[in-house]
Design a protein around this ligand. Sequence first.
Ligand code: IMP
Ligand code: MG
Length: 207
Amino acid sequence: MTPAGTPCRPFHALRPLFTADEIRARVHAMADTLAAGLPDDELRCVALLNGSFIFAADLARALADRDVHLVIDFMTPASYGGETTSSGSVTLKHDLSLPVDGRDVLLVDDILDTGRTLQTVCRLLQERGAASVRTCVLLDKPSRRRVPVTADLAGFVIDDVFVVGYGLDCGGRYRHLPYLAALPPDLAPDAPAAAGESRPDPACQPR
Ligand code: IMP
Ligand code: MG
């Protein structure tokens, strides 16, 4: 509970992209598609933290409704570099708990942006001997791609807007929102700060 007298930090007015109902419908449609083509044997889900935690949870339960029962593990990649560096690289902050060798893997992420995260993690899982790797993302921003990666299944294809909510954040904020929203351009991480001014929201660091 907020202590008396502590003002709640107001959220900025956000432009909704997809409502909670639209997301729910899409996640269930994705589960239908996945359930039709998944191996019957125990399937390993690798969910990438932090952004996919809500999507992965809803997708796993939608698959369970269809009698597909995942063994779920997590990995936390960290991206360095980006538009201003020639080679954005991806490292691991936290690794899996379970081995993947010989396993069919469903790799789940929140959003496919430059593609570096999905490419790096896919390669890693293959190097570790995964029998197959199928990729599933909630959002796909093809206009931002820097490496040639496509997801086997994407929930929504979107323009180059910075999205928050339903697990996606900006500096840790907004993850709890039940819908997906585009941050106004002046609050997005790539927004140029005016000379002599700090960024509009200092918690939102550039990607
Ligand atoms: P990629 O390696 O550039 O494809 O980046 C993927 C990661 O960047 C995602 O898993 C997100 O964590 C983060 N990201 C990219 N675009 C957005 C966005 O619009 N909102 C929030 N996070 C984003
Ligand atoms: Mg992520």
